[in-house]
Design a protein around this ligand. Structure first.
Ligand SMILES: C[S@@+](CC[C@H](N)C(=O)[O-])C[C@H]1O[C@@H](n2cnc3c(N)ncnc32)[C@H](O)[C@@H]1O
Length: 276
């Protein structure tokens, strides 16, 4: 319904403008979204019927990667573009394995921030920062990061379904390189990214990609789809761990790496890199 304004909505939120965070909440079956988000999200689903499945696979991959990093000795995480909290958040997954694990969530969406703050109020080892991940200094010098994390120890940097909201003109590889330089050896970078089919020179772009980009251009965060090769370059100095390598998100199911012969294809690529 246009004009709806539930009590949990922070005052600065424009309920008439779609938000990527709230659209994603809708894909996952959450309740923190408005009519305008649902309308836009339904257009994305009509174009890519696998979108909801991709969102779930993405969450499976996120949980899998947190467990992988814990196995590799990482005990602290910065979740960049963490979203509106949903089932299986990073601090829950991590603290189930190691109750001392620390997590800082970062998001620039006011609903994601407000809801994260309320669920983390009682957790002394997790916090949320309202910041733009492109502002690396603001993130890394925020009191939550300084108080909770030790950047001289390995950090898990999570960029899950967020880098496709950073346009090429803002050079996401350069942003990630700054995080790379700020974290200790043994730190990891996790990426999940919406995929573009490679386009031959002179050929038109996939019509569905054009449609979905048009939908997101109405939100505060336009969409940039990237090919596997472009996504691989975002890892920069973080060497991609192989196996599994940079793979299709469809390989992740129920929180595990799917090892059957015929995984679902999903419009996203996922991978984990490590700083030597
Ligand atoms: C699709 S959601 C993904 C949420 C979560 N990472 C997951 O995979 O389940 C993308 C999130 O990134 C946030 N986001 C987009 N651009 C951002 C930026 N420049 N800085 C911080 N957060 C950003 C959005 O607000 C949204 O909450």
């Amino acid at each position: 319904m246009a004009g709806e304004r539930p009590s949990w909505v922070p005052s600065e939120v424009d309920v008439e403008r779609p938000s990527a965070a709230r659209m994603y909440d809708y894909f996952l079956g959450g309740a923190h979204n408005f009519a305008v988000d649902r309308q836009m999200a339904d257009q994305v689903i009509a174009t890519f019927p696998g979108t909801r499945r991709f969102a779930q696979l993405n969450r499976s991959f996120l949980r899998w990667s947190v467990r992988l990093l814990l196995d590799s000795g990482v005990r602290q995480f910065i979740d960049l573009g963490s979203g509106i909290p949903t089932v299986g958040n990073v601090h829950e997954t991590a603290q189930r394995i190691d109750p001392t694990a620390r997590v800082v969530y970062v998001d620039n969406d006011p609903v994601a921030y407000a809801h994260s703050r309320s669920i983390l109020a009682q957790d002394a080892q997790a916090a949320v920062v309202k910041a733009d991940l492109r502002d690396v200094d603001a993130v890394l010098t925020d009191p939550a990061v300084v108080d909770l994390l030790d950047l001289d120890q390995p950090v898990g940097l999570l960029t899950v379904a967020v880098l496709h909201f950073i346009p090429d003109t803002d050079d996401p590889a350069a942003t990630l390189a700054r995080y790379h330089d700020a974290v200790a050896p043994g730190s990891h970078l996790v990426i999940s990214h919406a995929l573009a089919e490679p386009v031959q020179e002179g050929e038109p772009e996939d019509e569905r990609a054009t449609t979905v980009k048009k939908v997101y251009s109405r939100s505060a965060t336009p969409l940039t789809l990237r090919t596997e090769e472009q996504i691989a370059r975002l890892f920069g100095g973080f060497a991609i761990i192989d196996p599994p390598g940079l793979v299709n998100a469809g390989l992740f199911s129920g929180g595990d790496l799917y090892d059957g012969p015929d995984p679902d294809w999903a419009p996203g690529a996922v991978g984990v890199g490590r700083k030597a």
